[in-house]
Design a protein around this ligand. Structure first.
Ligand code: ADP
Length: 211
């Protein structure tokens, strides 16, 4: 468990009891369309924990004309950005003072190689991932949700072809990350097909079970 905690929050938990949530190193894994975005915003708001979303940070780099073009050439077709682009963004953010005692990783690590590099980085600082939240949703449900989102939002990577590429990459490259963490015994399974409030309750229960 996390050796040092920044802050402690008292929340009214799903089991109608006061529970305490502490800042920890949390990895949130789930396929595109699983609802990570919604749950992450709620978690960040509730826990006051830094949110490290590699998808958001990579999209941000698009403002830089030269680097942006390189990043777009991966993201826009649903491919993973290479580690030489992703890892410096992550380690730079982790060096900021608010990430001293924990953060919520969203969309990272996405490959076993990234997971290994993150483990090494944390270990050098005497830390480790405390809990991995795995948000599970069936593929047909994901497809339906992503196609609906494609009609509502303006994300370049939300179109039929790119969606299926992203789901394939999740299956082949990101699902093994789960096995990596299962080996460390810190995965909590969350049913992402419930109503968003129930998903959130399960996440809070899961975090409390690991603190
Ligand atoms: P989603 O979970 O819906 O795919 P994200 O915002 O997490 O959305 O990611 C959008 C895109 O950004 C990914 O399809 C990929 O191209 C790129 N990306 C995000 N995180 C990573 C990462 N850790 N490694 C490589 N590429 C990434």
């Amino acid at each position: 468990m996390a050796s040092r905690y920044l802050t402690c929050w008292r929340l009214f938990g799903p089991a109608s009891a006061f529970i305490t949530v502490l800042t920890m190193w949390i990895v949130f894994i789930g396929p595109p369309g699983a609802g990570k975005g919604t749950q992450c915003s709620k978690l960040v708001e509730t826990l006051g924990i830094p949110h490290l979303s590699t998808g958001d940070m990579l999209r941000e780099t698009r403002r830089d004309s030269a680097l942006g073009k390189v990043v777009a050439s991966y993201i826009d077709v649903g491919r993973l950005a290479p580690d030489y682009l992703v890892m410096p963004i992550v380690t730079k953010r982790l060096a900021e003072p608010d990430c001293r005692s924990g953060c919520l990783f969203d969309g990272f690590p996405r490959t076993v190689q990234q997971a290994g590099q993150l483990d090494e980085f944390l270990a050098r600082n005497g830390k480790r991932i405390d809990v991995v939240l795995h948000l599970q949703v069936d593929t047909e449900v994901l497809l339906g949700r992503l196609l609906k989102r494609a009609g509502l939002e303006n994300r370049v990577d939300d179109n039929e072809q790119t969606i299926s590429a992203r789901l394939d990459i999740y299956r082949t490259q990101t699902a093994p990350v789960l096995e990596h963490y299962q080996g460390q015994g810190n995965v909590v399974e969350i049913d992402g097909q419930q109503a968003p409030e129930l998903v959130f309750d399960d996440i809070m229960t899961g975090l409390n079970s690991r603190k």
